[in-house]
Write a protein that binds this ligand. Structure first.
Ligand SMILES: [Zn+2]
Length: 174
């Protein structure tokens, strides 16, 4: 008996509004395809996870906000104060960030090395944060138990059991 073919993964079609934003920034859609970037729809259900000293509110999904509280408490128990550097970001805000960098004279290629195109930033999901400490951005590492450890400069690692890393540097997916 022949095995049925495995189902082909269905790529998420780039919505028209995202296409329009990309076009306004002169970001070619084939560049997105070439990089196999993942579309991240904007989260709808958001809560204030933290408020910065400047009064800026950092929004996350309720589940991610709960994880953040757990994580920052765990860090504090290790004697490290961690803060959110970036949390939920709208597609419009991402476009504004890119527009500002282009206005500063950076090439599109250079900008896209640092920032995801609008629609493709994990920050849209409300489940990704960038973490900072007084000592700068820590390095995040996924542990074998699928927890995350943040290597805080000079103070050694702070460990989080229940969090999954989004990958490089201190961008965490909650
Ligand atoms: Zn980020």
């Amino acid at each position: 008996m022949r095995k049925p073919h495995p189902p082909m993964p269905t790529p998420i079609e780039c919505p028209e509004e995202i296409k329009a934003v990309l076009a306004s920034l002169a970001i070619p859609t084939d560049l997105i395809a070439a990089r196999s970037l993942v579309l991240h729809p904007e989260a709808q259900d958001l809560v204030v996870a933290a408020t910065g000293e400047d009064g800026r509110e950092y929004l996350l999904t309720p589940a991610a906000a709960a994880k953040w509280r757990e994580m920052s408490a765990a860090a504090l128990a290790d004697g490290v104060v961690i803060r959110i550097g970036s949390a939920f970001r709208s597609v419009d805000r991402q476009a504004e960030i890119i527009r500002d960098k282009l206005a500063e004279g950076l090439s599109l290629e250079a900008v896209l090395c640092i920032s995801a195109p609008p629609g493709y930033s994990e920050h849209h999901s409300g489940r990704a944060i960038d973490v900072t400490t007084d000592e700068g951005a820590p390095r995040a590492r996924v542990r074998e138990d699928q927890g995350v450890s943040l290597a805080v400069r000079e103070r050694g690692p702070v460990r989080f059991r229940s969090l999954l890393s989004g990958g490089e540097s201190a961008r965490l997916r909650l």
